[in-house]
Design a protein around this ligand. Structure first.
Ligand code: BGC
Length: 759
C-alpha cells in the first residue's frame, strides 16, 4: 500500500518536471527565434508590429481605416481585424509575406462573440444554460469556423460582471455573478484555444479576454461612462472573472474604454502591469479597445504624444485603430522622451503571439476553401446551435401549466417577433447571416404542417422613429408596417378572440442592446405594451415569449399573462428551438444569470447584496423603498420547468469543520411532476461574522441533473474550506472561524438552509 503511493507520487513529480522542462525548452526556442528576428528589425518595423487597424468597417467613419493595404506593404501593421474569408485573408497575408522586408505575418482578429457563422444565443443567454461543457463547445465550434475563415484571433470572451441592465452590453457577458462568470471565462478560453492551449492547431485561435477592467460597472449603466470603485469591491466581485481567464491561459487581453478611479484603463499602469502582469503573471499580449488611445485625449490625459506614451508604458502592446503608436512613438524615442525598451517589449509580445500560433512556419495556417466549405455551418454546428438555444431559454412563469402548448389547439401567434428573422441572431453576431436564421413561423409551419394557428403582427418592434434612427445603422433598420398601429392591434385582437390561447412574441430589436445601446427605461417598447394590453382585454390566456438582450422590467406583464418564456436572441436555430420549447419537445431548463428588477429604481440590484445595519422588515426605519418591495421580479438563478422538483432538507456530513477539511452537503432532488426534465441545483453560503461584512448569499457551486418524471437523485456537494475564503480586513485571502449558513435550492431566493461552524 505504502509502496504504491510512493511510486505514484514520484511518477507525478517526474511528469510535472517533464512538462515544465518541455515548456522551458519551447520557450527558449521561441526566445532564440524572436531575438534573432528582432535584431534585424528597425525601430519603424518594431512600431509597425504594434499597429492594429480595422479593415473595411469603421464605427468612427471611414478615415481611420483607409490605406491599410499600403501600410501593410510598408511594414506598418502587426495585425488587422474585420477581414475574413480565406481569399480576403490570403490576399492581405500575401502583402505582408511578399512585400515586406522581414516577411512577418499578420494577425487576423475579429469579434467572434457568440459564434462566427453559426450563431449561438447571445452570451447572456448562453450563460443562462449554466452548462459549462456546452459553452465550451460553442466556443470550440466558433474557433473552428473562424479559423476556416482565415482568422487567428477572436475578441472574446467578454467577462465584464454587470449589475445594471440599463447597460446594453450585459447582452455580451455572463451576468452578475463572480463565481459563475469565472466558470464561463474558463470554459470559453478552453473552447477557443483548445483544451491543452495548443495554439498551433489549425482550429485554435488566440482568445482575448475583455474589457479589462470593470467596464460593466459604468455609472448609471451608460456605455463608456466612468467607473469609481473600492479596491475591495473590484477584488471581490469584478476582477476574478478576468483572472480566471488568465489562469486558464488566455493568450491576449483587451484593455477597456472606461476610467477606473481617475485613470483610464488604457493608460493604467497599475492595472495593465502591476496587477495583470506582475501579480497575476500574465505573459501574453494586451491590445487596446477601439480607438481607446485616441480617446485618452477626451479623458483629459494629454495630447497625441502624451497619450501614446502613456498607453504604451502602462502596458498596452497593440494600438487598435488610433494610429497613434505609429504616429508618435518614433518621434518620442528620437526626442529621448521614451525609452525604446517599451517598444521592444511590446513588439516581442506581438511576435510571441504570432510564434505561438505557428504563423512563422505557416502564415496561412492551412486556410483553404475546402475547410471553409466543410466546417462552416455544417450539420454538427447547426445541431449545437439548436441545443444551445434550447438550453439558454428561461421559463419565467407558467400558471396553470399553460405551457407546453398543445398543437391541436387554436393558437393565435401575435407580435413583431413571430415572423422576424433580422433580430434572431442578436447583437455582435459577427459574420453571422441573419437570412440563414430560421424564423419561428417557418419552423412552426414545417413542424406542424396541418394546424389551426393564426398570425397577426400586432405591432412594430418600435414606432418611435427617433429611436429607430439611433439604432445601429448597419442594416438594422426597422421597417414600419404599412398598417397603422391601431389597425395592427385591431387585427391581432380579432385573431386572439377566435383562439384558445394567445402567444405574444415581443421584445427588443437586436440593436436595442449591445454596444452604445444603454436604455433608461428597460420595459418593452410602449407600442408593444399597448398591443399586450389590448390582448389582455380579450380574456384569453396569454403566453408571452420574449426576445431581448438584457433583463427587462416586466411587472405588468407578470401580473397579466399566464406564462412567460425568455428566449434572449437565440441565434441561427432560433425558430426551431422556440417551437421545441413552446410545444414541449424540449423542457426548459435555463436559469437567470442576472436579476430582473421590478423597476429601474431598484438598480443596481443583485442577489449577493449585504445585509446592512437595518435589514428590510415591517419597521419603518429599515433599508427599503416606500413604493415597491426590495425583492426583484425574478431573482438570480430563477427558472422554471414544465415539471416540478422537490428538494429534501439538507444533510451535512458534520456541523463543524477545520481548515483544510471538507464538508459534504447533500439533498435529495425529486422530479414530482409529469415531465422528464433538467434542474440546476444551486449551492450558496453565507459567512455570518467577519472582520468585514459578507454578502447574504454567495454562489459556490451548482449541479445540473436530469431526472425522469417520478425519479429522485441525491446530490452531494463537496465543499472545501477554500470555498469559505474571502478578502479579510487586511485584504488577505483567508478564512475566519465562525458560523456559516449553507443553502441549497432552485434559485437564489428559494433554498433550504443548514448551519455549520468553521473552527
Ligand atoms: C468594442 C470591443 C470590440 C472592438 C472591436 C469595440 O468598440 O468595445 O468589444 O472588440 O470594438 O470591434
Amino acid at each position: 500500500m505504502k509502496l504504491s503511493k510512493i511510486v505514484i507520487a514520484s511518477c507525478l513529480v517526474l511528469t510535472g518536471f517533464g512538462a515544465s522542462a518541455q515548456k522551458a525548452a519551447r520557450d527558449a526556442k521561441m526566445d532564440a527565434y524572436i531575438n534573432k528576428l528582432m535584431a534585424k528589425m528597425t525601430l519603424d518595423e518594431k512600431i509597425g508590429q504594434l499597429n492594429l487597424p480595422s479593415i473595411g468597417f469603421d464605427v468612427t467613419g471611414p478615415i481611420l481605416s483607409q490605406g491599410v493595404e499600403g501600410k501593410i506593404e510598408k511594414g506598418m501593421v502587426g495585425g488587422v481585424f474585420n477581414t475574413y474569408t480565406p481569399n480576403a485573408v490570403r490576399k492581405l497575408q500575401e502583402l505582408a509575406i511578399k512585400k515586406t522586408r522581414l516577411k512577418i505575418p499578420l494577425l487576423f482578429g475579429y469579434d467572434v462573440i457568440h459564434g462566427h457563422r453559426t450563431i449561438f444565443p447571445i452570451p447572456l443567454g448562453l450563460s443562462a444554460s449554466w452548462d459549462m461543457p456546452l459553452i465550451q463547445k460553442t466556443a470550440r465550434a466558433a474557433a473552428d469556423e473562424a479559423t476556416a475563415d482565415g482568422l487567428n484571433w477572436v475578441f472574446s470572451p467578454m467577462v465584464d460582471i454587470a449589475r445594471d441592465p440599463r447597460w446594453g452590453r450585459v447582452a455580451e457577458g455572463g451576468g452578475e455573478d463572480t463565481w459563475l462568470g469565472s466558470q464561463i471565462a474558463r470554459a470559453m478560453v478552453k473552447g477557443y484555444q483548445g483544451e491543452k492551449n495548443d495554439l498551433r492547431r489549425e482550429d485554435a485561435v488566440l482568445a482575448c479576454v475583455k474589457h479589462f477592467a470593470l467596464y460593466g460597472a459604468a455609472e448609471a449603466g451608460r456605455d463608456y461612462n466612468t467607473v469609481d470603485m473600492s479596491m475591495r469591491k473590484m477584488t471581490e466581485t469584478y476582477l476574478p472573472a478576468y483572472k480566471a481567464a488568465v489562469d486558464a491561459g488566455v493568450a491576449t487581453v483587451m484593455s477597456s474604454f472606461n476610467e477606473i478611479n481617475g485613470v483610464p484603463a488604457a493608460a493604467n499602469h497599475w492595472l495593465l502591469t502591476d496587477l495583470l502582469r506582475n501579480q497575476w503573471g500574465f505573459k501574453g499580449m494586451v491590445a487596446t479597445d477601439y480607438t481607446a488611445i485616441m480617446e485618452l485625449k477626451n479623458h483629459g490625459m494629454g495630447d497625441d504624444a502624451q497619450v501614446a506614451k502613456l498607453a504604451l508604458v502602462a502596458g498596452n502592446d497593440m494600438d487598435m485603430v488610433s494610429d497613434l503608436f505609429i504616429g508618435e512613438l518614433k518621434k518620442l524615442v528620437q526626442a529621448k522622451k521614451l525609452d525604446v525598451k517599451y517598444i521592444d517589449l511590446a513588439c516581442r509580445r506581438v511576435l510571441e503571439s504570432k510564434y505561438k500560433l505557428g504563423l512563422f512556419d505557416d502564415p496561412y495556417r492551412n486556410i483553404s476553401e475546402d475547410r471553409a466549405k466543410n466546417n462552416i455551418m455544417n450539420a454538427e454546428k447547426l445541431a449545437l446551435a439548436k441545443e444551445a438555444a434550447e438550453k439558454s431559454m428561461v421559463l419565467l412563469k407558467n400558471d396553470n401549466n399553460t405551457l407546453p402548448l398543445q398543437a391541436g389547439k387554436k393558437i393565435a401567434f401575435v407580435g413583431p417577433m413571430v415572423k422576424n428573422q433580422r433580430d434572431l441572431i442578436g447583437n455582435w453576431s459577427g459574420a453571422g447571416d441573419w437570412k440563414k436564421a430560421t424564423s419561428f413561423w417557418d419552423a412552426l409551419q414545417a413542424q406542424y404542417p396541418s394546424n389551426k394557428f393564426t398570425y397577426a403582427k400586432g405591432a412594430n418592434i418600435l414606432d418611435d422613429q427617433a429611436l429607430i434612427d439611433k439604432l445601429n445603422p448597419h442594416d438594422a433598420q426597422i421597417v414600419l408596417d404599412s398598417k397603422s398601429p391601431a389597425d395592427m392591434i385591431k387585427e391581432a385582437v380579432e385573431k386572439a378572440k377566435d383562439a384558445d390561447v394567445v402567444v405574444a412574441m415581443l421584445g427588443e430589436a437586436f440593436g436595442m442592446s449591445g454596444e452604445a445601446a444603454s436604455r433608461s427605461d428597460i420595459g418593452l417598447p410602449v407600442n408593444q405594451q399597448n398591443l399586450l394590453k389590448a390582448l389582455r382585454e380579450t380574456g384569453k390566456p396569454i403566453v408571452l415569449v420574449l426576445m431581448n438582450g438584457r433583463p427587462l422590467t416586466l411587472q405588468w406583464e407578470h401580473d397579466n399573462t399566464a406564462a412567460i418564456l425568455e428566449t434572449w436572441f437565440p441565434g441561427t436555430k432560433a425558430g426551431d428551438a422556440i417551437a421545441d420549447v413552446l410545444f414541449g419537445k424540449y423542457n426548459p431548463s435555463g436559469k437567470l444569470s442576472m436579476t430582473f428588477p421590478r423597476s429601474v429604481g431598484q438598480i443596481p440590484i443583485y442577489y449577493n447584496a449585504k445585509n446592512t445595519g437595518r435589514p428590510v422588515s415591517d419597521q419603518k426605519y429599515t433599508s427599503k423603498y416606500l413604493d415597491i418591495p426590495n425583492t426583484p421580479l425574478y431573482p438570480f438563478g430563477h427558472g422554471l420547468s414544465y415539471t416540478t422538483f422537490g428538494y429534501s432538507d439538507i444533510k451535512l456530513s458534520k456541523n463543524t469543520i477545520r481548515n483544510g477539511e471538507r464538508l459534504q452537503a447533500s439533498i435529495t432532488l425529486s422530479n414530482t411532476g409529469k415531465y422528464d426534465g433538467e434542474e440546476t441545483v444551486q449551492l450558496y453560503i453565507r459567512d455570518m461574522v467577519g472582520s468585514v461584512t459578507r454578502p447574504v448569499k454567495e454562489l459556490k457551486g451548482f449541479r445540473k441533473l436530469f431526472l425522469k418524471a417520478g425519479e429522485s437523485k441525491t446530490v452531494t456537494f463537496n465543499l472545501s474550506t477554500d470555498d469559505l475564503k474571502f478578502y479579510d480586513i487586511n485584504m488577505k485571502y483567508t478564512t475566519e472561524p465562525g458560523d456559516f449558513k449553507l443553502f441549497i435550492g432552485t434559485s437564489s431566493a428559494d433554498v433550504k438552509e443548514a448551519d455549520f461552524k468553521l473552527l
